[in-house]
Design a protein around this ligand. Structure first.
Ligand SMILES: [Mg+2]
Length: 205
């Protein structure tokens, strides 16, 4: 296990990517269910079993240090609900993250302290998909903007505003090198997850 050290005084907020960082798998951004409530429950139960144990250990540690934590993801519930209809359920963004954590504390994380369970379920989720990615009929100009701006700096700026912290006080933990490099270039601290799911430990001293 890789241990990373930061100064306790300098870090106030940690932004977690969801797919391939908190989870060892990728949800594709949307969970769809065509067979009703049971199917959805089974799917959430499976995703809960894929929450990285190192993430939980790290979450508990940061929580004990009073560090703010949030999830930053391109999964966007406000976008995908447009496709809802009576026979299908689609869950994305903040809704998906919360359902996975709820399933986790009910099955996998039974031994966690109650305040940790509560913090996990109530973790702030910035689920945001930029407009130009939502539009299938994007122009070439928009596609170029998509390519250049396909990073999480918008999500990180949301975290700065919400938690009233500076970029140098935030760590982004993400498996996508594009997100990492753009965040680094904008003065954020970063931890790149090079395996499917977080396996490191970050210590604040
Ligand atoms: Mg990811």
């Amino acid at each position: 296990m890789n241990t990373i050290v930061y100064s306790e005084k300098e870090i106030k907020c940690v932004c977690w990517d969801f797919d391939y960082t908190i989870l060892t798998v990728h949800t594709g951004g949307i969970v769809q269910d065509f067979i009703g409530e049971d199917g959805m429950r089974e799917k959430m139960s499976y995703l809960a079993s894929q929450v990285s144990p190192s993430f939980i250990k790290q979450f508990v540690y940061f929580f004990s240090k009073g560090v703010k934590q949030c999830v930053v993801t391109f999964g966007d519930s406000s976008f995908n609900t447009e496709f809802d209809d009576k026979n299908k359920r689609r869950v994305s963004g903040d809704k998906l993250v919360k359902m996975v954590f709820e399933a986790y504390v009910q099955k996998e994380g039974l031994n966690l302290p109650e305040n940790v369970k509560k913090a996990l379920i109530e973790m702030v989720v910035f689920g945001f998909l930029p407009d130009w990615r939502k539009n299938n009929s994007s122009t070439d100009e928009e596609k170029e903007k998509w390519r250049l701006n396909n990073n999480k700096n918008i999500h990180l700026e949301m975290s700065m505003k919400t938690f009233n912290v500076n970029n140098s006080e935030i760590i982004l933990i993400d498996d996508d090198l594009r997100n990492i490099n753009c965040a680094k270039a904008s003065g954020f601290n970063t931890i790149h997850v090079s395996t499917a799911g977080y396996t490191s430990f970050c210590e604040l001293v």
